[in-house]
Design a protein around this ligand. Sequence first.
Ligand SMILES: C[S@@+](CC[C@H](N)C(=O)[O-])C[C@H]1O[C@@H](n2cnc3c(N)ncnc32)[C@H](O)[C@@H]1O
Length: 204
Amino acid sequence: MSFPAPQGVAFPLAHISTVVQALESQEERLRAHWCLPREEARLLYLLAVVGRYRRLLEVGTSIGYSTLHLAQAASLNDGSLHTIDASVERQAEALLNLQKAQLAERVTFHPGDALSVLNRLQAQGQAFDLMFIDARKSEYNQYFQKASGLLVAGGLLIADNTRSHRSKMQDFIQAAHADTHWEISDLETPSGLLIARKCSPGQP
Ligand SMILES: C[S@@+](CC[C@H](N)C(=O)[O-])C[C@H]1O[C@@H](n2cnc3c(N)ncnc32)[C@H](O)[C@@H]1O
């Protein structure tokens, strides 16, 4: 079932409203850069806010549409966001969007290969409360393995495209469902979102 989206509805909160609306008025551009569907971006934002997550990590910045939502949540929670993308050009555009929204100071940009950056963050002893994965679909299982080390107990993993690109990530889907350290909801949203909470040690 699909619900017709009301047009021109202002994002209710703070600075990102104008920037997000400007991006959303360029549907082709959002599609061309593989950005999240609008309602999924809203859900991402809401999950981050209600979970009061402060240390956020994004794998796959593109031009910053999902990044704006996560950075806004980080701002409300007095937290910060690290975001990774192999494309320096797309990250440069994301930075401009974050600057326009007055959220750039909340965000650390990591240009480069996702797995290399994730390894580096882990080697630095960084820990995160929420990790959003939206980069190379064939690498999701490897991102998931990294999430086990990078996320704190009680942390949330959100993976996009589990419906639209499911065949490319069967190893990830199976591993996530088989791992009793995670509580999972495999949502059939337009692109598909797998949401997983890392359980505390000693608990199922
Ligand atoms: C689906 S787009 C991200 C969209 C963004 N999350 C949004 O919703 O606005 C995927 C991004 O991942 C990046 N990417 C793909 N493979 C990558 C890899 N192995 N390492 C780092 N970035 C990668 C691409 O450059 C692209 O910008």
